[in-house]
Unconditional design. Structure first.
Length: 379
């Protein structure tokens, strides 16, 4: 059959209309045939903001340092005769550490004592002679000059005896320098001398003593925190917590605030003292320090996980009366024990705690507990 041009055009138009109807019909399929809604309801957990007092805590990196460290050196140059302690030993104040060769100083003491004994004997003889000469002067048997000479000799010998006493004391001090004792209690380090070594006052320390109990932690805080610490703790005894390796935490007290801030870092050096009977802390190790600078009274508090960090600021999702959410910008003052004290919210405001990652401003929400209750009621 021969198809005319008009028939061909008419058929093409009918085919185009049919295809268009099929396409638009597919695009407008009802949601009941499987199309998902664009804004599904998000299941979340919410809570009400509270108003209460919360401590403001700062954290810093610190290191353990000894309250006292002593480098032991001799006061005189001498040969070491005996070492009475071992490396790493804990000693008490006054305990004998080293003995030096004391023979020369001991001889000096004996010589001074002998000289004093001689001078005392001479003094006794001179005093007796002076007494006799005074008696003879009364009887006109000697002149006044003889008495004066005898008196001068007595005075000279008395001065010599006093000098001998000072010499004996000085020799005793020199002798005592040969017994080197611990000036503080603590733990010994490396011993650098052995019997026969020559110990010198200007040489290397014979040993160092480090006090371990109590012990200190040194750390630095931002200078802006100083006013809060001084206002909260006028006596300067702020409680300080130090976290050691393994998560163990010890409690101490602040005892030192430096007298000037570091202009390069904008921080102030501080030290806290800790009990260390169990020797958990060791000089030189690093610890994490927590210090409560002040307490915020009647602060608005939300769970820390409710705070969302955006590209420009922090915010929380506030639940609206129609069960949608609104992004509310806030300022986080501090975070302590899983709670954040914030500005920009009122107490009693309902905020989203869990499920914030799926939300956008205007998202519809449903409480997770409410969904479970609804399923129970349906059952």
């Amino acid at each position: 059959m021969h198809v005319t041009r008009k028939q061909f055009i008419a058929g093409f138009v009918v085919l185009a209309i049919a295809l268009g109807a099929v396409y638009f019909g597919w695009q407008r399929q009802p949601e009941s045939q499987g199309q998902k809604p664009r804004n599904p309801v998000q299941v979340v957990k919410t809570t009400l903001t509270q108003q209460k007092s919360i401590p403001v805590t700062i954290q810093a990196n610190g290191y353990v340092t000894a309250l006292n460290t002593v480098d032991v050196r001799p006061q005189v140059q001498n040969v070491v005769r005996e070492v009475h302690v071992k490396e790493g030993q804990e000693v008490r104040a006054g305990q004998l550490l080293f003995t030096l060769d004391a023979r020369s100083d001991l001889a000096g003491v004996e010589s001074a004592r002998a000289q004093m004994a001689k001078n005392r004997a001479d003094l006794a003889e001179a005093e007796a002679a002076l007494k006799r000469n005074r008696e003879l002067l009364e009887k006109k048997f000697v002149s006044q000059a003889v008495v004066d000479t005898a008196a001068s000799r007595v005075d000279a010998l008395r001065s010599m005896v006093r000098g001998d006493q000072a010499a004996i004391a000085s020799s005793g001090v020199a002798l005592s320098h040969n017994r080197i004792t611990a000036s503080i209690g603590g733990r010994l380090g490396t011993i650098s001398v052995r019997p026969g070594s020559l110990a010198q006052p200007g040489g290397d320390p014979m040993v160092s003593i480090v006090q371990l109990d109590p012990i200190a932690v040194s750390f630095a805080v931002a200078e802006r925190e100083l006013q809060h610490i001084r206002a909260s703790y006028p006596e300067g005894d702020a409680p300080v917590a130090a976290q050691l390796a393994g998560g163990h935490e010890v409690q101490g007290k602040l005892y030192f605030i430096d007298n000037a801030a570091d202009v390069q870092t904008g921080t102030i050096r501080m030290k806290a003292q800790f009990d260390n009977r169990e020797r958990r802390m060791w000089p030189g190790i690093y610890v994490n320090v927590r210090l409560v600078t002040r307490t915020l009274l009647d602060a608005v508090v939300v769970p820390a996980q409710a705070v969302v960090t955006g590209p420009e600021n922090k915010f929380v999702y506030v639940v609206q009366p129609d069960n949608t959410v609104k992004a509310q910008n806030i300022e986080v003052v501090t975070i302590a024990q899983g709670e954040a004290a914030v500005r920009g919210l009122n107490a009693g405001t309902r905020v989203v705690v869990e499920g914030t990652q799926n939300l956008r401003p205007g998202s519809k929400i449903r409480e997770a507990g409410a969904a479970k209750d609804a399923r129970k009621d349906a059952a």
